[in-house]
Design a protein around this ligand. Structure first.
Ligand SMILES: [Zn+2]
Length: 328
């Protein structure tokens, strides 16, 4: 069951079950508190509660801020951090993703949901591809249009006017965890894909060794902006329910641990009575901080690779296909 909340510019449908007593993914009743944590990016004090479903392994933010309140959690500092992270040497940053797509599709119509300023789309600029994007923020979308030539819709993905069976590839990097109803969102993805088209996504893995090690300080939590927290098991369950065919579910050898260490560092400083600087206002790290990070990097390097191999890496990378014969 869902309810509809009116916002200034559009209508956003929110899953009521995120606040209820059943799992928003499978409808199960075997729920348990998972953890509580504040917004460590902005160093705010309000505490949020995550719930976990014992049946399908889904984890979600209980009683999330409503869409009309969400703007205060997506600050200028947050957008700046996201855009900066997506820029730089795009070819280096997105090399693995470009290779992954080339394994499955040689060209066609590609939609990047949450395209930001077009960092990924810029790596797909060649005559084989027609590029499309969805971005929440107008000035960021303009940068994507200017640098990639992509047609970019501005607003909530659920409002985008694309026709059924339009795209050969839909990509979604670090987006799925932000949406109120992943089930509804992924149904829309399936509708927009051509039969045989692929959905390629990346997101944090709540069942990773880093999430277990850092607990409430894990960078991947990003509360309250991350509303759903996926694992290989819970995502497989959902995609299978929606009728997608699995091509690849893996956890590559990447890591967020340096950013999680920043959160631990801030908490320690606070406990010692010093004022910590939020990552929203972060300045270049000091000598001690750099030394701690370097020590961790060396000590954890073997673990990063073992965890990736075992499916417990912190980043979840998935490719699913829309079954042929499925029309909308
Ligand atoms: Zn469930």
């Amino acid at each position: 069951m869902t309810s509809t909340l009116e916002t200034d510019n559009n209508t956003i449908t929110v899953a009521e079950s995120m606040t209820g007593t059943t799992c928003p993914t499978c409808g199960g009743h075997h729920l348990a508190p998972f953890l509580t944590a504040p917004d460590r990016f902005h160093l705010r004090t309000q505490v949020y509660r995550l719930m976990r479903c014992d049946d399908c392994n889904a984890v979600w933010l209980h009683d999330p801020p409503i869409p009309a309140q969400m703007g205060e959690h997506y600050t200028e500092d947050y957008h700046r951090a996201i855009v900066t992270a997506g820029e730089g040497s795009a070819m280096d940053r997105w090399k693995g993703q470009v290779e992954m797509i080339s394994r499955h599709k040689a060209g066609g119509d590609l939609l990047d949901i949450g395209c930001s300023s077009g960092g990924f789309l810029s790596t797909m600029m060649n005559p084989a591809w027609s590029l499309y994007g969805i971005e929440m923020e107008e000035s960021t979308a303009q940068r994507a249009r200017a640098t990639t030539g992509a047609r970019v819709f501005v607003g909530d993905a659920m409002e985008a006017p694309f026709l059924p069976n339009t795209f050969d590839v839909i990509t979604c990097f670090d987006v799925l965890e932000h949406v109120y109803s992943p089930r509804q969102f992924l149904s829309k993805v399936q509708e927009w894909l051509k039969p045989g088209g692929i959905f390629y996504a990346m997101m944090p893995n709540i069942d990773s060794w880093e999430a277990g090690l850092f607990g409430t300080h894990w960078f991947g939590l990003e509360l309250p902006r991350h509303l759903s927290h996926f694992s290989p098991r819970s995502l497989r369950y959902l995609m299978n329910e929606l009728g997608f065919e699995e091509i690849c579910v893996q956890t590559p050898a990447c890591s967020y641990y340096e950013r999680s260490i920043n959160y631990v560092y801030s908490s320690v400083l606070k406990k010692l009575g010093f004022s910590a600087t939020s990552q929203a206002k972060a300045t270049p790290a000091g000598f001690v901080h750099k030394a701690v990070r370097k020590t961790f990097r060396i000590a954890l390097s073997p673990l990063v690779h073992i965890a990736a191999f075992a499916g417990a890496g912190p980043c979840l990378e998935v490719v699913f296909k829309k079954r042929t014969g499925v029309e909308h």
